[in-house]
Structure formats: structure tokens, C-alpha cells
Design a protein around this ligand. Structure first.
Ligand SMILES: [Zn+2]
Length: 269
């Protein structure tokens, strides 16, 4: 979102093209027409959703889905790239393409004043980086939950915006096993978990901004935080908190509700 913000905020969209009628769901009627000529007033993020606010009082809600990404380049005269479903061109010569080969992404239009009542946003839990999200808020949400903490943190009603990788990383930092039942976390463990969640996200955002110039890589891809996972994707590797065998035989991968969890059984309990 910050990458898009850097290029689009305050700019006028001179050309908008939508190349298909649907992604995950049908795209709103008139989207192309409303984007064309609009000035981008600003951005907001809620959970995994971006809201691009237009001067007409409407916001475009965007979710990248599983495989979606935004590609920023200087305006090119040629036609759209493969799987490019929306193309915006700005008055200062930038081109934004929304590429989503698997089409799990979505876009919608909503009055800016009513953003929070959109069906995809109204049920979301607290923002993890808000000061209001603290150990007591998380404890309350986990009370009585008999699901593993991994599943509870992926539940967007408990806390908004955490995905599989971030949950694995936050649980590692908090020394909590992904298998631990959520109802045993309130209290002292929640007081470890909340700062671990915030730290994981803050580092990811900082990495996006510092390692990638203006968040955009030379090929136009917006940056993701991919380089510094401590346990995710590291099955069998020694974790940074362990001395290795015989104390620890490395990061373990298990499957929980169809998703991979990576954790160190030695330090995460
Ligand atoms: Zn370890």
C-alpha cells in the first residue's frame, strides 16, 4: 500500500482499463468510468484490504488474494501484460498494473464515509499495530477458544491482517507452539505474543521500505518482506535460538487446517 501511495497519492488517473468482468467476484459496474479522471486522495489499509480514496467520495477496495500483485512502471505504449486485470495511468507518467493469475483477489467500490460497513470489513477484529491492540484485548478474544493458537491468530475476527507467514514468525518470537490451545494464552503468554506480533509486522514494513527503493524493485514489483523469516520455510534448519543437536533437531513443519506451520519444538511451548 505504501508503494502505491508513493506513486498515486495526489495524482490524477488519466486512463483506467479493466480487462475482465470479474476476479474472485464480479467487479463493480462503472469502475473503469469512475477511475478515469479521478484524483487519488489517499490510501488506508484495514486488515489485508487496501482502500484507495478518490476525490468523488468513493473508495476502491482492493485485496490482492493469493497471487495478486501491483506492478509499477513508467507508462508504456503497449497493451496489457499477461493476467493484468486493471491498468491505471497517472498524469505524471506512471502505470500501475494489477496482475493476478489465480484471480483470488477482489476489487469493489464503496462510499469513503461507509468503508467500515463494507461486508468484507465490518467483521474484522482490531488492527494489530493500533495502540488499542494490547494483551488484554487479545486475551479477551482468545478466552474459551479451544482451537490451536495458530488458527485463532489467522481468524481475522480475533486480529485483522495476519497471514500464515506472519503468524508463524510471531509465535516463534513469543516462544509459543502453534499447537497450544488458544484459551491457554490469555495473561502472561498474551503479554509476550502481542509485542511479538507488532515487532514482526513492523520489521516487515520497514524491510519493504528500506531494502527496496520507494518500495519498487527494478522490475516494477512492489516489495514484500521475504528475506528475513526466522522459521517460515526453514524445515530442518537450526533456529537462531538453539544450539542445534542434540538439544534441538531443527525447525519442524506440520500442517494445521491445510496450511504449513513452521516452529521450533525446543523453544516454542
Ligand atoms: Zn530451536
Amino acid at each position: 500500500m505504501r508503494g502505491l501511495q508513493a506513486r498515486l497519492e495526489g495524482r490524477r488517473i488519466t486512463t483506467a482499463r479493466i480487462t475482465r468482468p470479474d476476479l474472485r467476484w464480479p467487479l463493480p459496474l462503472g469502475l473503469e468510468r469512475k477511475l478515469t479522471g479521478a484524483t487519488v486522495m489517499g490510501f488506508r489499509r484495514r486488515g489485508k484490504y487496501m482502500l484507495m480514496r478518490l476525490d468523488g467520495g468513493e473508495s476502491v477496495l482492493i485485496h490482492l488474494g493469493m497471487s495478486g500483485r501491483m506492478v509499477l512502471t513508467r507508462t508504456l505504449p503497449n497493451a496489457e501484460a499477461l493476467h493484468e486485470h486493471m491498468i491505471l495511468e497517472t498524469d505524471d507518467g506512471w502505470r500501475v498494473g494489477f496482475v493476478d493469475p489465480r484471480r483470488f483477489g477482489c476489487m469493489d467500490l464503496i462510499a469513503t464515509a461507509d468503508e467500515d460497513s463494507h461486508r468484507l470489513l465490518s467483521g474484522l477484529g482490531p488492527e494489530p499495530l493500533d495502540d488499542a491492540f494490547d494483551a488484554s484485548v487479545l486475551s479477551k478474544a482468545l478466552m474459551g477458544k479451544r482451537t490451536p493458537i495458530k488458527a485463532a491468530l489467522l481468524d481475522q475476527k480475533v486480529v485483522a491482517g495476519l497471514g500464515n507467514i506472519y503468524v508463524c514468525e510471531a509465535l516463534f518470537r513469543a516462544h509459543l507452539s502453534p499447537l497450544r490451545l488458544a484459551h491457554t494464552v490469555p495473561g502472561v503468554r498474551a503479554r509476550r505474543l502481542v509485542p511479538a506480533i507488532k515487532q514482526t509486522l513492523q520489521e516487515a514494513i520497514a524491510a519493504g521500505g528500506s531494502s527496496l527503493r520507494d518500495y519498487v524493485q527494478p522490475d516494477g514489483e512492489l516489495g514484500y518482506f521475504q528475506h528475513a523469516w526466522k522459521v517460515y520455510g526453514r524445515e530442518g534448519e537450526r533456529c537462531e535460538q538453539c544450539a542445534g543437536p542434540p538439544a534441538c533437531d531443527g525447525v519442524r513443519r506440520i500442517t494445521q487446517s491445510g496450511r504449513s506451520s513452521f516452529y521450533c519444538p525446543h523453544t516454542q511451548r
